[in-house]
Write a protein that binds this ligand. Structure first.
Ligand code: PEP
Ligand code: MG
Length: 837
């Protein structure tokens, strides 16, 4: 550092006349209470950044913002006097908080006439709010031109620019391994970017020699991180150190994503292997089950003619900012018509993209080169969607469609084209190269019987939306589908992934029969859902529900559940800063028990966290193989304080219901005995002995040794989700293994049979509470193997009960005998499909 103090020039944010600050008719500014600087009487309505830096504050009324420069100087620009009262009316922000801007870049547009008419004054203040960073300030005078003339010259406090705190030197984190099974796909990327935006510093996520703007979802997704990738974070700016610490922690916590929340191809509705095209059938990937008959309607995306050259940059800016605002309002309207939170979340993501700093930065750079807003925006979103499209990770490829969707929405507004609405005739089968998620969300299931898209897969938002609307759908259909004549009758099978293009009268009749049969079946099931669950010959099977809390318990009972086979108690521990107290837990367990009443069973599983299900307030060592580490009962035995509190709370529900306590992830008898010893002490202390004790069978050792566990438990409940993972050595959240990690694999079924044999020898009962129990086709098989309780998701209660009522116990046993001799999951599925009733 030399002897000359570093200088910083502040450019005119608007054109107009400079006025000394002390003559501003507002004592707060005139008295320099906000900071020293200068005022300006504007003649232009496009506010430019007076310095380069990060938008460290953008007032919610959009009339003022602060930019923090790399040297740590905070420059505030406040348009007008008392303009906060306008509550944003007439102001159009072009940037958002946390965004990096360069000097001269347009940051807020405002309607100078409207603001002038309603505000006390248009005088605009440019002040330094942290005066300690400045030793001298020289204000210019007279007429200035926005973005060209200097209005303030600052001499900075010596050494300020070299201080890392001020952002001179970037800080770098240690390497962090990505723990998200599908990498930083849309959801974790959005969580990460949202956190990064809360810091003023410039923050980058580094992977090898690639880097992403940490504040941009599209940029973070574009990095295409994968499970196990080692990344670093680089931050430069006034709060760089805090940013590194918090963001590194967030990545360590997988940006809040639980391993079993990571999106995978829908395992509950196993997609069939893609079939081959034939003369009469086109094949794709079945992405939403069901059969539909209808007539083809093609949907082609509109083309927009956009001029490359723009008008004045400020006009283009204004148009762009209006279009993004309008697009956000449109999305709000579509969202308001939806009741499904999953669909709303997809549209919220689109709104988020409208403010993505990388998309905006790229658009602004086009405007700065004289291009039109439409041309610049299209170039920006097309580049990012193409980048995602080229990724190996299917979850990232699917998000390219979301970027294009929101991109086209803004483009239509800029081009002044009314977007073509999907107003389709009744009985349509929609065929499209690509269907925008927002269009899909707005489809009317009464008119659209089904749809096929060329692009997309089972994990696409389009597929998710189709399933939630109950519309059969196929993604990845072959190109030939786009050339089929409009109006032709076809049959779409969303389970098989086939489109029959010239159905014979017999095929149509068969499909109609199948559709009618399914509809009748669902209606009948709903009617008989409150009857006791039993086989056709009257053998009682308990069909109970998996729940998280008392609200779920009430819903389950209303839908016919005969009790609760799995209360996942970890949901009471989640999303908090401290563990719930005994009182808090007891209140919820008692509320669940009351919802069930004294005659229905309640199985409470003790805390099943650790490894893949972290709790922020439960420090556990970082593990290379969290699925094989401290999980379930192992955590409770490490932390007996937590276990004791929980057991005391659970026992308080005993007088209210038929209480069962279940320990998760038990691998050895020692673990069971240690947990039971703690329970016995707590029972002794509270005098409550009316409780049954069981274990989850999720680890192969528990299944193999079921006969040795049986004398020491009252019951077993098989967690097929984890059991499948451990028997097949396939991560339950792995997107590519989703199809193979099949609970109907003969090895998993053999483990279930072994558990039943071991339990039967000691007169103990076996339930299944993993996802397999909710599959109605598997229900007779499980009963035939010896399972007497099926704990299912609430929407499956009716269909599982109805299926059991169609089977006699002997038939179930015969089915089990046949299936247990098969060698592959495909054979098992085939056999179950054949025997489905
Ligand atoms: C299971 O593993 O099948 C199970 C029911 O437990 P969870 O899905 O909660 O791990
Ligand atoms: Mg489990």
């Amino acid at each position: 550092m030399g002897t000359t103090a570093p200088r910083l020039d502040i450019l005119a944010p608007l054109s107009g006349w400079l006025v000394p600050l002390d003559s501003v008719p507002d004592p707060v500014f005139a008295g320099k209470m906000v900071g020293d600087g200068v005022s300006l009487d504007p003649t232009s309505g496009s506010l430019l950044a007076p310095v380069g830096g990060v938008i460290s504050n953008l007032h919610s009324a959009h009339h003022a913002l602060t930019i923090t420069t790399a040297e740590g100087v905070e420059v505030m620009v406040h348009v007008g006097i008392d303009t906060v009262m306008l509550k944003g009316q007439g102001f159009y922000p072009l940037v958002q908080q946390g965004q990096q801007v360069s000097a001269g870049q347009p940051v807020i547009d405002f309607d100078i006439d409207q603001v002038g008419r309603h505000a006390a004054s248009l005088l605009t203040q440019i002040v330094v709010t942290n005066g300690e960073t400045v030793t001298r300030m020289q204000a210019a005078q007279g007429l200035v031109t926005a973005g060209r003339d200097v209005v303030l010259t600052l001499e900075l406090a010596n050494g300020r620019d070299a201080s890392p705190l001020a952002g001179g030197e970037p800080s770098l984190s240690a390497e962090i391994a990505i723990g998200n099974p599908a990498g930083l796909h849309a959801r974790p990327a959005a969580v990460f970017a949202a956190k990064a935006k809360t810091f003023a510093s410039d923050i980058r996520l580094l992977l090898g020699d690639k880097e992403a703007n940490a504040k941009s979802v599209v940029s973070v997704m574009g990095l295409a991180t994968q499970l196990g990738d080692r990344v670093r974070i680089r931050a430069q700016g006034p709060d760089a150190e805090a940013a590194l610490t918090e963001l590194a922690r967030l990545l360590d916590e997988r940006c809040g994503e639980k391993a079993d929340e990571a999106p995978v191809a829908p395992a509950a509705e196993p997609a069939s292997a893609p079939q081959q095209d034939s003369d009469t059938r086109l094949a794709g990937v079945g992405s939403s089950p069901g059969i539909a008959i209808g007539r083809i309607v093609h949907h082609r995306l509109q083309e927009f003619d956009v001029p490359e050259q723009g008008q004045a940059a400020s006009l283009e800016q204004q148009a762009f900012s209006r279009a993004t605002k309008e697009a956000a309002t449109q999305l709000d309207l579509v969202k308001a018509q939806l009741s499904d939170p999953a669909k709303q979340a997809i549209l919220s993501m689109h709104q988020e993209l409208l403010q993505d700093p990388e998309l905006l930065a790229q658009t602004y750079s086009g405007l700065a080169d004289g291009k039109s807003a439409a041309w610049s925006w299209r170039a920006a979103f097309s580049a990012y969607s193409a980048r995602l499209e080229a990724q190996d990770n299917p979850l990232l490829r699917e998000r390219a469609n979301d970027i294009r969707d929101v991109g086209r929405r803004v483009l239509a507004l800029l081009a002044g084209v009314k977007p073509a609405t999907l107003d389709l005739p009744a009985g349509s089968i929609l065929i499209a190269e690509d269907l925008a998620p927002s269009d899909t969300a707005a489809l009317d299931p009464a008119k659209v019987m089904g749809f096929c898209t060329r692009t997309g897969g089972a994990t696409s938002h389009v597929a998710i939306l189709a399933r939630s609307l109950g519309i059969p759908a196929i993604c990845g259909i072959s190109q030939a589908a786009l050339r089929l004549p409009e109006g032709r009758q076809v049959i779409l099978d969303g389970g098989e992934g086939t489109l029959t293009i010239a159905p014979t009268a017999d095929e149509i009749a068969a499909a109609e029969g199948e559709i009618a049969r399914l509809a009748e079946r669902r209606a009948a099931e709903a009617k008989s859902s409150m009857l006791p669950a039993a086989t056709r010959d009257g053998v009682r099977i308990d069909v109970v529900a998996n729940i998280r809390n008392a609200a779920d318990a009430r819903e389950a009972v209303a839908k016919g559940a005969e009790g609760v086979g799995l209360l996942r108690s970890e949901f009471l521990f989640d999303n908090r800063d401290t563990a719930p107290t005994e009182e808090e837990q007891a209140a919820e367990y008692c509320a669940v028990a009351e919802a069930l009443g004294k005659d229905r069973p309640l199985v409470v599983r003790t805390l099943d966290v650790g490894g893949d299900k972290p709790l922020s307030y439960l420090p556990l060592p970082k593990e290379d193989n969290p699925f094989l580490g401290l999980r379930g009962i192992r955590v409770s035995l490490e932390r007996p304080d937590l276990l004791r509190t929980q057991l005391r709370a659970i026992l308080r529900a005993a007088p209210l219901t038929r209480l069962h306590i279940m320990f998760p992830m038990v691998a050895s008898l020692e673990e069971l005995r240690a947990a039971k010893a703690v329970l016995a002490e707590e029972q002794q202390a509270c005098g409550q002995h009316e409780v049954k004790v069981g274990i989850m069978v999720e680890v192969p050792s528990a299944a193999v040794l079921a006969a040795r566990f049986a004398p020491e438990v009252d019951f077993f409940s098989i967690g097929t989700n984890d059991l499948t993972q451990y028997v097949l050595a396939m991560d339950r959240g792995h997107p590519q293994l989703a199809k193979q990690a099949d609970a109907l694999h003969p090895a998993v079924l053999a483990m279930i049979a072994q558990t039943c044999d071991g339990a039967r020898a000691h007169g103990k009962w076996v339930g299944v509470c993993g996802g397999l129990a909710s599959d109605e086709r598997a229900a007779p098989l499980l009963v035939g193997i010896g399972v007497t309780e099926l704990s299912v998701s609430t929407p499956s209660v009716a269909s599982v009960k109805a299926t059991l009522a169609r089977w006699s116990l002997d038939d179930c046993r015969q089915l089990a005998e046949d299936v247990l001799s098969l060698s592959t999951a495909v054979e098992v599925r085939h056999r179950l499909n054949q025997s489905a009733r």
